[in-house]
Design a protein around this ligand. Structure first.
Ligand SMILES: [Zn+2]
Length: 361
């Protein structure tokens, strides 16, 4: 039975709507409560690095005004010092998956930068294995779980895939190592590679060979694109030469680039709350470039980026888009259907998601 598409758009309706999340960083998606629990456990075990403040004090509940200057140190100086060993990496990954599932996400591409913690026996490869085994176990539980019948819509188990990120501060060799890891674990659900990190750092031109290899072996390519005002045309040209399938943020575009992106029909990962709270755009949600892109023919995946930092789950991102841009429920569903076409998870997943959205036609 088709669901009427003239339903009033409420937050609870959008929580029940099956959703696709394509731009979520694992470490940035860990809730403060989860960090607090890890902190308590490490304190009990006597394993807490000295002077590491309780997350509920270091990242106070309700604080979301992290900008590009304060955001990155939050990870390098804090979150990575708390989630450093196998148990904390597994625990936090699982909690992140639960949070997305509880928000009605049915398809998730989680991304993470492979990192090491030599004093705890964690190499980049074992880090990726830990995250993947947690995802595997969760996918299996999901596949065998009964779907709640409280939702007004037919839903489906959440399926998660992994994207490995190259950090802009990486060397060319480190970037190639990320691509090689992605290829080694492609059969376990790594579906793509990403370029992320502080946009003021690094020369992206050195990553050409790494992205070329990713493309040769059919990994999906997504890039953080034009995030900061300081971006140069040279950099944007270089990034487009990597032939990305999707680009994230897409804020500070010089003349001509909008047309180029529209002609290529690139998938756009747009993150409303993140861009507003981090002051990456001027003004509020109503000034977000989602308003420009919503009818330009590029598939759009509304995404959270770092829900642990900006505290707006995906259902709320859809609600913000609906309320600030006056979208009907039918238009919201249309948006979700567009995102299906730019997932990296393959044709079988696309079919599953398409059939899920058929109930709204
Ligand atoms: Zn991001």
């Amino acid at each position: 039975m088709a669901v009427p598409s003239d339903k009033p758009v409420t937050l609870s309706l959008l929580r029940d709507l099956p959703k696709i999340e394509l731009h979520a960083h694992l470490s940035g998606s860990i809730s403060r409560q989860c960090l607090h629990e890890i902190w308590l456990r490490k304190r009990e075990e006597g394993k807490l690095p000295s002077n590491l403040e309780d997350p509920l004090l270091a990242i106070p509940p309700g604080k979301v005004d992290y900008d590009l200057k304060t955001f990155f140190p939050l990870f390098s100086n804090y979150i990575y010092h708390l989630c450093f060993d196998a148990s904390s990496i597994e625990y936090s990954t699982r909690r992140v998956l639960e949070d997305f599932r509880d928000d009605g996400v049915v398809y998730l591409e989680l991304r993470t930068t492979p990192r090491t913690s030599p004093e705890h026996g964690i190499s980049k490869e074992s880090y990726v294995q830990l995250v993947l085994s947690t995802i595997d176990a969760f996918n299996q539980e999901q596949a065998s779980s009964k779907q709640s019948n409280e939702s007004p819509f037919k839903s489906s188990p959440m399926k998660t895939y992994l994207i490995l990120s190259i950090d802009r501060r990486n060397t060319a060799a480190e970037a190639m190592e990320v691509v090689d890891l992605a290829l080694r674990y492609q059969h376990r659900g790594v579906v793509g590679v990403d370029l992320c990190g502080d946009p003021s750092k690094g020369d992206v031109a050195i990553f050409g060979p790494a992205f070329e290899k990713a493309d040769d072996y059919d990994l999906g390519i997504t890039l953080h694109f034009a995030e900061s005002e300081s971006v140069t045309e040279k950099e944007l040209q270089t990034l487009l030469s990597f032939d990305p399938h999707r680009i994230g943020h897409v804020i500070h575009l010089p003349e001509g680039y909008r047309e180029e992106i529209a002609v290529r029909k690139l998938g756009l990962e747009l993150c409303l709350s993140c861009n507003v709270h981090a002051k990456m755009i001027t003004g509020g949600v109503e000034n977000h470039h989602f308003g420009y892109w919503k009818n330009k023919g590029c598939p759009i995946a509304l995404s959270t980026d770092d829900v642990g930092v900006f505290c707006s789950p995906l259902s709320n991102e859809y609600f913000l888009a609906a309320s600030h841009f006056n979208l009907s429920f039918a238009e919201i569903v249309q948006l979700c259907k567009g995102a299906v076409e730019v997932i990296f998870g393959g044709d079988e997943e696309k079919d599953r998601l398409r059939s899920l959205y058929k109930q709204f036609s």
